[in-house]
Each structure stands twice: as C-alpha cells, then as structure tokens.
Design a protein around this ligand. Sequence first.
Ligand SMILES: N[C@@H](CCC(=O)N[C@@H](CS)C(=O)NCC(=O)O)C(=O)O
Length: 228
Amino acid sequence: MKLYITPGSPYARIARIVVLEKGLQSRVEIIAAQTRLADSPYYSINPSGRVPYLIRDDGVGLEESAVICAYLDHLDGNPAFDLPGGDQAWEARRLEALARSMLDGLAVWSREILRPQNERSPTVLQHEAHRSGRMADLWEAEIGHPLMRGALNLAQITLACALGLDARIPDFRWRPGHPRLSNWFDPIAARLSFAATAPPSASRVSGAPPDNASQEARKKRRASERKR
Ligand SMILES: N[C@@H](CCC(=O)N[C@@H](CS)C(=O)NCC(=O)O)C(=O)O
C-alpha cells in the first residue's frame, strides 16, 4: 500500500500514527506528495490534491483520515480503534468531533500563515486564534474524561495532533493556563508513533514566508556577524 502525506499535515499525521501503532510499516510505503502546487504530478494520482491518501493493494484509493485509519485498523482483523460499546460510543464520537473541530480551525490558521504576508487575512488569523483559545479552555475541562485517559483512541490521537500544531503556528501558545491539558499531552507526545511523526516547525517549512519577527532577528544576526 502507498500512503501519500505531507510532513506538516496533521490529518496525514493521524494516519501515520495509526500505521505505526498497528505495526504496519512494512506494508505501507509513506510517500511525500506535492500539494498546493500548480500542475503537481500528485494530481494525476489523487485529483483532489489532498493528503492523506491511501492506495490499497488492490489499487483503490481512499481519502479522509478517518476512513483511512479505519481501513488500516481493520487489516489484521483485530481493530484497536473501533468505537466502544453502548453509550460510550456516543461519548467517543462526541470527543472525537470536538478534537476534529479544534484541528480543523488550526489547519485553517496554519494554512493562512503559510501564505505570502500580503495575502494573509488578519480577520482569519484573529478568528482562528480566538477559536483555538476557546477550544483549549474546553479541553482543559474535558481532558479528565475516562476516554481521554484510557487506551489510545482516535479522539486522543486527533487532539494530540491538533495541539502539536504549535510547532507550525508560533502564536498558538496553548499551554499557559491549561496545566491539565499540558500534563495530558506530554506523555502522549513522547510515544514513539507521535515522536516519529512530529511536524517540522514553521520556519523549516520549505517555501514558508518568514514572518516579520524572524526577518528582523535574521537581519540583526547578519549585522552582528558582519561586525565580528
Ligand atoms: N478531512 C480531510 C482533510 C485533509 C486535508 O485538508 N489535508 C490538507 C493538508 S492538512 C491538504 O491536503 N491540503 C492540500 C490542498 O488543499 O490542496 C481528512 O481528514 O483527511
């Protein structure tokens, strides 16, 4: 199978984490796709141009991280990430939807800061910054839920991938004021599957326009190097 990803995509990261958690590394080849590029050769593989995208062994392609994760999880006939039984299923759905809602907002924010500075919308940036603050408050209250504490599930993976976007969004500083969320995140981020899929920081993203602050810092560094 082939799993198309980009190193910074949190949705692709969710699928990559499932590959590692399920021990599917030898069956799934991870391929970096070129997204958001006019005439990218990737569009002939996946016309939507989005990642993650899984090409199964029978050649059929699957979109959507949730669908891909469910498919990968069921390959061995022993799924680890299915919904729990009874009323807990609704709780699991509710929590996963909340995590995805936070992630969706952060994905918009991270996309916006990758645009050239003169194309970034201050309205969008502010809207997403405020949304992320409200969602961090909400999760500070929800993080004690038993489903967020027990065996790894998709709500936990999705929330951790959302919080991990602080590597890509310098202004997404969710830790202050959220000690319970912070304590929850650290051990999950230390898991092998999370550490191995951590996104590159925003400044290392190829083609990412440097923001004013880092441009200023770079100018100062060059000036002081010239003086030496
Ligand atoms: N709902 C989708 C979202 C996938 C998505 O938006 N992926 C982004 C990367 S984070 C993408 O491929 N963007 C490229 C584009 O929009 O052309 C999922 O869960 O897989």
